[in-house]
Design a protein around this ligand. Structure first.
Ligand SMILES: [Zn+2]
Length: 351
């Protein structure tokens, strides 16, 4: 994890946000420094403004810069989740701030109301694009230092208005690091995953002497070995200690080089809770969040919500840093188009 940059702009509250981003121009300036931290670089001829001089700009098109060398135009939002959006940058900044500073996030309906957006689809699409920016392209595997609990659950599902027992719930696999609480004390009460961040306010762990570390979640089609084992291999570091139940789907983990600890829980809740406490807390909170904030989620979009949940979970002790993080990631993330979202052509990156 890179050291947090002291110069990053992290609004602490609404007045602070308003002071930093009072208008469209302030948002443009901020995005410009994010995209071109060392000065303008032409995306076509790669000329740096230090050599060619600052790009030409236009009053009528404030987010377009023309290279002095090759005379081609670069849009400030090209390649970002905000590209070709009819919404002003201000709205995107508000969106990133609200989504990251409200603990449970926001539903598209609430978001539409708060930002005064006319169409539900616009609000829905903006939130989904922000979710695409919540997956760090370079996010690594977990479990290098701590044991990892892995299990599956059914999540999502808008069950309202349907018959009893009929559900759209989707199979999800999760992995979470388990850290001894005394370990976090060694770091002065700071999360080892985000060293340099502010000290933890709450410790979590429900008085168990343990603390949840980083989380990964993915929608899966089934519980077969050929599904579960690649998930672990993708997201859990080689050789890590992995705790699961005795399900046959995890059987090959030992021969794959993992220190596999399995316990037959046979649906016994007490046993499960003792053996895999952290992943079940994560699953329980996920369920509450999907229902409470979003009133259920359709299977087609569930991975995007899982991404948002993981983003929140992994940054839960300092939500304000997430604002900067979403904007920082946003300038690099590829975003789904409107058609992609609705026709299902866009595949949400796994977490
Ligand atoms: Zn150029």
């Amino acid at each position: 994890m890179p050291k947090p940059d002291e110069s990053r702009l992290i609004p602490k509250n609404l007045p602070d946000f308003q002071q930093h981003f009072p208008n469209e121009e302030a948002c443009i300036v901020h995005l410009y420094t994010k995209r071109f931290p060392t000065g303008f670089v032409c995306r076509y001829c790669e000329q740096h403004e230090g050599d060619a001089g600052p790009p030409y700009s236009f009053v009528s098109r404030p987010t377009v810069y023309r290279c002095r060398n090759c005379k081609r135009d670069t849009s400030l939002t090209a390649g970002t989740i905000m590209h070709r959006s009819k919404q002003p940058l201000c709205s995107w900044f508000w969106a990133a701030f609200l989504v990251t500073s409200l603990t449970p996030g926001m539903s598209a309906v609430q978001f539409k109301k708060m930002l005064g957006i006319r169409r539900y689809e616009t609000a829905f699409q903006m939130l989904h694009k922000l979710r695409a920016a919540m997956v760090r392209p370079e996010r690594g595997s977990i479990g290098q230092k701590f044991p990892v609990e892995v299990d599956e659950t059914f999540a999502g599902g808008a069950t309202q208005g349907k018959g009893r027992g009929i559900t759209d719930k989707v199979l999800v696999v999760g992995a979470v690091e388990v850290m001894p609480r005394r370990e976090s004390d060694k770091w002065g009460g700071r999360d080892p995953n985000l060293m340099g961040g502010p000290p933890l306010k709450h410790r979590g762990g429900h008085g168990r002497g343990i603390l949840a570390g980083r989380l990964r979640l993915q929608v899966i089609p089934n519980r077969k070995q050929e599904t579960l084992v690649p998930f672990v291999r993708t997201y859990v570091a080689p050789g890590a200690k992995v705790r699961t139940d005795a399900w046959i789907g995890y059987e090959p983990l030992a021969e794959q080089g993992y220190d596999h600890e399995k316990v037959a829980v046979c649906g016994d809740h007490e046993k499960t809770d003792k053996h895999l406490p952290m992943i079940h807390i994560a699953f329980g909170n996920l369920d509450a969040w999907l229902l409470g904030t979003h009133h259920g989620v359709s299977p087609q979009h569930l991975q995007a919500y899982l991404n948002e949940y993981v983003f929140r979970f992994n940054r839960r002790f300092w939500p304000m840093v997430a604002f900067d993080s979403v904007l920082g990631i946003a300038v690099r993330a590829a975003a789904p188009s409107y058609e992609g979202l609705y026709k299902g052509a866009w595949e949400h990156p796994g977490t």
